[in-house]
Design a protein around this ligand. Structure first.
Ligand SMILES: CSC[C@H]1O[C@H](OP(=O)(O)O)[C@H](O)[C@@H]1O
Length: 362
């Protein structure tokens, strides 16, 4: 997608390194971080300089490729190290698993070149996949628009699922961008998404840069807007979907789904194939939920009075905090799933209809 009219991807490969958009500085500063080794890739993922399920998978793949340039025998330990950076998004393990499957059979001397090519293939797969997700979600917006001619389709979204959460285009926001670019009037309610405010900081920045009308709201406002008929559809991304359609996503998604269910608002989840975890059925009991640091809750980041990005304490001194980074929305609260292969019900039957090959993995 574009920054000031110039097309960009969230990760750029160059000779012997990758450049990533440092998301901890957005929207205040647009800075590209050069990553030349696996340790820097791991740190970028842990610190959320790069974030978003598909993107952390691509960065980990390139991090592994960079490690093999330095030491072709480092395949297993570096893959394990990168795989431990964040526990919830299955895309991280999917990408590393794909790399290991390709690289393990190869002579050590040929691994580095092949790893770099495979990491590039993972990135290209994500671009094509996310573009297709938008195309398969577009009819949902068109149908709503047909029922309210001349008035915008009001979409509520949570966290950031845009092009900077993927290699390009995004997942749930890919649907928004394609509807906007198709001339359908849309308006996006952007959940701020405490505690890291990926919505207020990243989604708002992305949508503004693309000219998509949007309004930032407190996380707790969504239910009220749904009660008053101001939300036509909820579109979110995900970090892991189980074979029966349970959805792990940024903390607060489950509460949005409950409000949508109570108000008969369609709740759709957009995901690429790399987010499916067929090995897991019950998301609530089986998906590991990342617990992040207390400071993300007790403090908030933003622009300080001197114009520099910084953090201030917003919780009472001495009060402890809990910071689960994700929650799981049971399939029964999900209206449907949007993928690069089409749309389906949030069920094993629905998912197998789009991914029949997964039955062989069961
Ligand atoms: C398109 S995946 C985006 C997904 O990732 C986010 O988590 P985080 O910002 O912690 O990486 C959030 O759950 C989004 O839905």
């Amino acid at each position: 997608m574009k920054i000031d009219g110039v097309p960009h991807r969230s990760i750029q490969a160059e000779d012997g390194a990758i450049l990533i958009l440092d998301q901890t500085l957005l929207p205040w500063r647009v800075e590209w971080l050069r990553i030349a080794n696996a340790g820097a890739a791991a740190q970028a993922i842990r610190s959320m300089q790069v974030r978003g399920a598909p993107l952390i998978g691509a960065v980990a793949a390139y991090g592994l490729a960079l490690a093999l340039r330095d030491d072709p025998a480092a395949l297993e330990p570096v893959a394990a190290m990168l795989g431990e950076t964040r526990p919830t998004a299955i895309n991280l393990r999917w990408a590393l698993g794909r790399m290991l499957t390709v690289l393990r059979p190869l002579p050590e001397a040929t691994r580095a070149a092949r790893a770099w090519a495979e990491a590039g293939a993972i990135a290209e797969d994500d671009v094509a996949t996310c573009r297709a997700i938008g195309a398969h979600g577009l009819p949902l917006i068109e149908a709503i628009a047909a029922g309210k001619p001349g008035r915008p389709v009001n979409i509520l979204t949570h966290c950031n699922t845009g092009w900077i959460a993927t290699v390009d285009f995004g997942t749930a926001l890919s649907v928004v961008y394609q509807a906007h670019d198709a001339g359908i009037p849309v308006h996006v309610w952007v959940d701020e998404t405490r505690p890291r405010n990926q919505g207020a900081l990243l989604t708002a920045w992305e949508l503004g840069a693309h000219g998509v009308p949007h309004t930032v709201i407190a996380d707790n406002a969504g239910g009220h807007l749904m009660q008053h008929g101001e939300v036509d559809i909820v579109l979110v991304g995900t970090d892991r979907v189980t074979r029966r359609g349970d959805v792990a996503n940024k903390i607060g998604t489950y509460l949005k789904a409950l409000a949508a269910h109570d108000n008969n608002v369609p709740f759709w989840v957009a995901l690429p194939h790399s987010t499916l975890d067929w090995a897991v059925a019950d998301g609530v009991s089986e998906i590991p939920i990342e617990d992040r640091g207390e400071a993300e809750v007790t403090h908030t980041t933003g622009l300080l009075p001197d114009g520099t990005p910084g953090s201030i304490r917003t919780a009472a001194p001495g009060s402890p905090a809990r910071n689960p980074g994700f929650d799981v929305t049971p399939a029964r609260l999900v209206t449907g799933i949007i993928t690069e292969r089409g749309r389906c019900a949030a069920s094993e039957v629905g998912l197998l209809g789009l991914y029949p090959e997964r039955a062989l993995a069961a």
